[in-house]
Ligand binder design. Structure first.
Ligand code: AMP
Ligand code: MG
Length: 271
């Protein structure tokens, strides 16, 4: 495995994740420090755009990117910086919030399946069905015997999507508790960021260890060959953006989408 390969961040199926052992400030594999890594991003985003264009034209496969993190982990920033150049005709972002009454009256995957990508599409899930084994577990929203079986339901659901032509990339943006405090402070101090802060965020912060345990178990139990998890060190935003781009490019290259063959154009003259 070369540095900067997606395998560097992939959680191999069957291995147990210890988030505490993974350095949130890592810059491992990056082409250099902040300036040179940011400079390398232009080319990566250009490659990503080209690959997405081919996926869209090919129309035979789709890509689902699941983004999860603790609050202030950088989901929104990742979307803004990594997906900004994609052709919007073939790309959607779906943010999952507290389920509505209608959503709660269905099984937990109902609302998620409805938003899964169609052939040719890239879809980014900003939060996802994983909330149903994360916040739901931490807050005892449903009993253990209801959420526990969900790991298997999730694996089956994702295997079904994969079998119908969807590649699934699951990204956990890994920040430290200190970095979260920094980012919350930045939100409080900046009037243009205050809307991102809710007092409830501090109640969630108090449950940090419970969230870490919930993430560790979710990632361990649901990193599969057809839908692997990647743990991306995310204290440094420039490294996070670079690593996520690398993972997506490698995935799309492996999918190898092709432009459809042109019709027989011999003799065609535009007058
Ligand atoms: P935000 O991403 O900051 O807009 O917040 C969305 C909120 O919705 C977060 O507090 C999530 O924990 C919550 N949420 C998302 N999905 C679920 C779910 N399935 N059950 C309960 N809460 C959820
Ligand atoms: Mg929030």
């Amino acid at each position: 495995m070369a540095k900067g390969d997606a395998a560097q961040w992939r959680v191999e199926p069957g291995t147990k994740v210890h988030l505490g052992k993974i350095d949130t400030r890592s810059t491992d594999g990056a082409p250099g420090g902040k300036a040179s890594t940011e400079a390398a991003m232009d080319e990566l985003l250009h490659d990503l755009q080209g690959l997405q264009e081919r996926l869209y034209a090919d129309g035979g496969q789709s890509l689902l990117v699941v983004l999860q993190a603790i609050d202030a982990g950088g989901k929104d920033g990742t979307i803004k910086h990594v997906f900004r150049g994609l052709n919007p005709a073939g790309c959607r972002v779906v943010s999952f919030k507290v389920p509505s009454e209608e959503e709660r009256n269905h099984d937990f995957l109902w609302r998620v399946h409805a938003k899964a990508p169609a052939k040719g599409e890239v879809v980014v899930f900003n939060r996802s069905h994983y909330e149903d084994v994360l916040v739901v577990r931490v807050h005892d929203i449903v009993p253990d015997d209801v959420w526990r079986p969900r790991y298997e339901f999730i694996n089956d659901f994702e295997a079904n999507l994969a079998a119908s032509g969807t590649r699934i990339v699951k990204l956990y943006l890994h920040i430290s508790k200190e970095e979260q405090a920094e980012r919350f402070r930045a939100r409080l101090d900046d009037p243009s960021k205050q809307w991102k802060f809710r007092k409830g965020d501090l109640d969630e912060r108090a449950k940090w260890d419970d969230y870490v345990a919930a993430f560790e178990e979710a990632i361990t139990r649901t990193s599969t060959d057809c839908a692997p998890w990647y743990v991306v060190p995310a204290d440094r935003k420039w490294y996070r953006n670079w690593a996520v781009s690398r993972i997506l490019i490698e995935t799309l290259e492996d999918m190898d989408p092709q432009y459809p063959p042109a019709e027989d154009l011999t003799g065609v003259v535009i007058t």
